[in-house]
Design a protein around this ligand. Sequence first.
Ligand code: SF4
Ligand code: SF4
Length: 354
Amino acid sequence: MKIIQIDKEKWEDGLAGLSEAYRLFGPVKEAEFHNFAELAKGQAPDLSCLNTRLSPKSIIYPQSEALLEYTLDESREDHHIMKEAKTDYSPRAIIGIRPCDAKAFLLVRHNFDTPEYKDPYWIKAREATTMVGLACDSPCSSCFCTTAGCGPFHEEGLDVLLVDTGDAYLAKVLTDKGENLLQAAGWDTAADPAAGQQLETLQQEAESKISASVATDGLTLVDATELYHAPFWEEVSFSCINCGTCTFVCPTCWCFDIQDENSGKSGKRMRNWDSCMFPLFTMHGTGHNPRGTKLHRVRQRFMHKLKYYVDKYDVGIQCVGCGRCVRSCPVNIDIRRVCELMNNYGSGQDTCAA
Ligand code: SF4
Ligand code: SF4
């Protein structure tokens, strides 16, 4: 695949050219952390951050999104008709998305784009988006991407992979969408023949810095019902306060709720992120709640990511090892440890240390 070199002196001019053809999103500083946001004209993404506090999933799948709208005002011709809400699906590009976050969209696609069910909102937004990744050269200590089916230079889900070499970026063109974006930016798209070796060396250096890992080879072997009844869930869930932070920061969590919001005679049907960690998520109209305790809810989160998803889709765990839930959990519940307990269950190494 072609690799070009983008001189950093030409970087911002290229972005300015891109902003004529794309809505641009990238990491920006918010107080003491970074998050993805739409960039204003002339604003450059801050590519100095290790990773953002929240994942960029909201660019495709907003935290709150109008799906349909309606009016009951009988003086209007379209009264009592549910119409698709107006959404901007013009071309957009995410500049500086990390490889783990780009791969996460592939895992999530198994929920939103299947042969039986197609979510038009998610699909249209994803199709409109070009992903320009930034390889990690300083992974966080809580990252475990290399054992979660991903890596600091992973290419799946990306259209272009950028590698920072100091005065320049190497840009590996991965798709036609990526090639079109580089042309729109006006960056010289002639291949750099020496860049392949340089990129490979930097990749090996970055991968060697990741020391955290998870073993997942036993997850398909262990029986789901036995795992569900494993004794360690009591201890794992004990300190959880069901705040839902782990699910909101996660690029691979997709649970939502749908609510109608009325104002006068008109209204919108909204889709809002929800969380399996919230008691109301599974509350029935009868008042019965099949996941009525935090043990039920914590178990559900881990069983879904590390067992049900694994068995159902056969594409590995529903996690890319970004480490956000590890860094953000206020009571230090660590998916790497829970994965170890689940992976080893039945092999004699499943006891919880006091
Ligand atoms: S972030 Fe931690 S405390 Fe909050 S719901 Fe998740 S596991 Fe529980
Ligand atoms: S489960 Fe945790 S480590 Fe895995 S993708 Fe989600 S936030 Fe990242």
